[in-house]
Design a protein. Structure first.
Length: 362
């Protein structure tokens, strides 16, 4: 006996109202390796079932005029990938002698319908059903390919929209930074250098988002990306970094990147990173609120640098950190000019579920 496993379909349905016709047909198909079930009533078939069937076998006794009309409507309403094979078992002499037989013959002319003479020749019956189910298997494969393509196209559209939105945000931010940088600059060379560095910080955030292939980024990886240019050697870093595993949105990633860049640049020029032995500690953790929201608390603290004096006027970097962070993150950001070193405290609202409970320690 040759097995014929059908992947992607449910089974073959045999509809036969008289005697043992259904049982005999199912027994023949079962011995040939097919999965088969039977019913004596047309109510045993519905449209959803038909989408999963590998084939339908019907005896002519079931095919009253209303049933023929219902079957024809069902076949015409199939999905574009589907053409359910239907095998009709009928007696040729009856078919030629009656109006009902002529209606069955007309039904048999529909695509996918095969008329098989009774009494059954087992070999012919099995051969016809086997051919029908193989054709049906190719339909299921086409269905799966179409669904995969639809999912891929939907994903592509979503990514395109996300990229368009992200590019608009980046261009808007770049324009704003250019305006602020050049308006406050004392020299063109200084303005170009500052603007280039700020664009570099934005670029590193975009690189991280692109590499992840998602619309969010790991905060720890972002901190590494932004602070790497400020390290002092392969085996030593002036930064002590520790925090929960947390992912932030693309917009938050860009804003955090810019803020960390401004803090690190200021520390390099005037703060803890401007002298040997200066250190910067960066800590963050999540706070679960009863409302279901999560808050991100990030703390930047400089030590070992020159004595800090609070400036009379806040520069662009300070304003970007305090204003842009508060606006983009839906939270608060504050820079305190403590005598022993600058302290920046950030509180941001996280809307996405927590990804893991791990802890990052450098």
């Amino acid at each position: 006996m040759e097995a014929d496993p059908m992947q992607g379909g449910d089974t073959i349905l045999v509809l036969a109202p008289l005697g043992r016709d259904a049982d005999v047909a199912c027994a023949i198909l079962g011995q040939a390796g097919f999965s088969c079930r039977s019913s004596r009533e047309f109510s045993g078939l519905n449209v959803e079932d038909a989408k999963r069937l590998t084939a339908l076998v019907v005896t002519e006794e079931l095919l009253s005029t209303p049933v023929l009309a219902t079957l024809a409507t069902m076949l015409s309403a199939q999905p574009h990938w589907s053409n359910l094979p239907v095998v009709v078992l009928a007696y040729p002499e009856r078919r030629a002698a009656s109006k009902h037989g002529q209606d069955i013959a007309a039904f048999a002319a529909l695509p996918g319908v095969v008329l098989l003479a009774r009494p059954l020749d087992v070999a012919s019956f099995v051969s016809v059903v086997r051919s029908a189910t193989l054709a049906r298997q190719r339909q299921f494969e086409l269905r799966d390919q179409l669904r995969a393509r639809e999912r891929a196209e939907a994903q592509s559209r979503m990514l395109a929209e996300e990229m368009k939105h992200r590019v608009k945000n980046v261009l808007s931010l770049a324009t704003s930074i250019a305006s602020q940088t050049f308006r406050r600059a004392e020299t063109l060379e200084g303005a170009l250098e500052a603007y280039s560095a700020r664009l570099g910080a934005m670029s590193r955030a975009q690189d991280l988002l692109t590499a992840s292939g998602e619309d969010n980024a790991d905060l720890g990886e972002l901190v590494d990306q932004v602070l790497t240019p400020y390290g002092s050697g392969e085996n030593w870093t002036p930064f002590d970094v520790e925090g929960d595993d947390v992912r932030i949105t693309a917009r938050m990633a860009t804003t955090f990147s810019m803020a960390l860049h401004e803090l690190a640049t200021n520390a390099t020029k005037y703060g803890a990173l401007s002298v040997p032995g200066g250190r910067v500690a960066i800590r963050w953790q999540q706070e679960e609120k009863p409302s279901g929201f999560r808050l991100l608390h990030l703390h930047w603290k400089e030590t070992g640098g020159p004595l800090v004096v609070s400036p009379e006027k806040r520069g662009f970097g300070s304003q970007l950190v305090e204003c842009a962070l508060a606006y983009d993150l839906g939270g608060t950001a504050r820079i305190d000019f403590e005598p022993e070193g600058i302290v920046c405290t950030i509180c941001a609202m996280l809307s996405k579920p927590k990804q893991s409970s791990g802890k990052r320690t450098d």
